[in-house]
Design a protein around this ligand. Structure first.
Ligand SMILES: Nc1ncnc2c1ncn2[C@@H]1O[C@H](COP(=O)(O)OP(=O)(O)O)[C@@H](O)[C@H]1O
Ligand SMILES: [Mg+2]
Length: 254
């Protein structure tokens, strides 16, 4: 087994009386790929926010390697190797794909908008950008303005941008949402071919897509972990069938 990377113990994110995330414990090892499934409102995105620091845990603890990061700032967690996908709202539509990647590459150095820095990539930055472009199947469009690429390509760019910090853990919140079947296929292929030492946590509504990309599945329901298992165990699980796959009428989901 690879070494332990992320350890969540009894994590809760409570908003007043609402326990958006409650009593969540799990481990993630180096290079491990995990999917989080669950109906709308189950607490999946809030759990991501607790891990990245956007909405820190109000209970429990989160450890990354030897560091306790329960209350650390999002910036500190990013520096320690946790990345989430950029949102489309973070893209600069009037710039090229390559220029967006250069800004992302410099993001962690807090010099994003420095007028003193060259807008030409240096050799190291070029390597990082080239690798992200290739991985995300965007190398032939690197000079294209973001406003002129498809929605699917914009989502590929978000993923490429999150890779520029060379993270240890990547959190993907519904990376295939809103994509056409062909674009979903591309996205799945890109995710599958991410570096094998990069640990991945994937939230995805398309269950077949998710189960085909991970070795372990965590099912959340009403803020807590309902079941955890291998994809084949999850497929056959009665509770999961009822609550998620079967989508009974009393559970709102889409
Ligand atoms: N900042 C917040 N303040 C109050 N309630 C929130 C906040 N963020 C999320 N919630 C609530 O927490 C619950 C879980 O939401 P979310 O994590 O977005 O679910 P999911 O991603 O599984 O669809 C929902 O009831 C949602 O309304
Ligand atoms: Mg969500």
């Amino acid at each position: 087994m690879h070494s332990l990377l992320l350890h969540l113990e009894d994590v809760g994110v409570h908003f007043g009386a609402l326990k958006a995330v409650d009593q969540v414990s799990f481990d993630l090892h180096e290079g491990e790929r995990v999917a989080i499934l669950g109906p709308n409102g189950a607490g999946k995105t809030t759990l991501f926010n607790a891990i990245t620091g956007i909405s820190p845990a109000t209970k429990g603890s989160i450890k990354l390697g030897a560091d306790i990061i329960t209350k650390a700032s999002p910036n500190r967690r990013a520096k320690l190797g946790i990345a989430r996908t950029f949102q489309i709202t973070n893209l600069f539509f009037g710039l090229t794909i390559e220029e967006n990647l250069l800004l992302a590459t410099r993001g962690l150095q807090m010099s994003k908008f420095s007028p003193w820095r060259s807008n030409q990539a240096n050799a190291d930055e070029r390597d990082v950008i080239h690798s992200a472009l290739t991985r995300c199947q965007l190398d032939n469009k690197r000079q294209t303005l973001v406003k002129d690429i498809s929605y699917g390509e914009q989502r590929q760019l978000e993923l490429a941008m999150s890779l520029t910090s060379s993270p240890k853990i990547l959190l993907l919140d519904e990376p295939a949402a809103g994509l056409s079947p062909a674009e979903r296929g591309n996205m799945a292929e890109i995710i599958r071919s991410l570096p094998s030492d990069l640990a991945l946590i994937l939230i995805e509504h398309d269950i077949e897509l998710a189960l085909g990309l991970v070795e372990r599945v965590i099912c959340m329901y009403q803020g807590s972990i309902l079941v955890e298992g291998r994809p084949d165990e999850i497929r056959g699980n009665q509770q999961v069938q009822e609550i998620y796959l079967g989508k009974p009428r009393h559970v709102t989901s889409h």
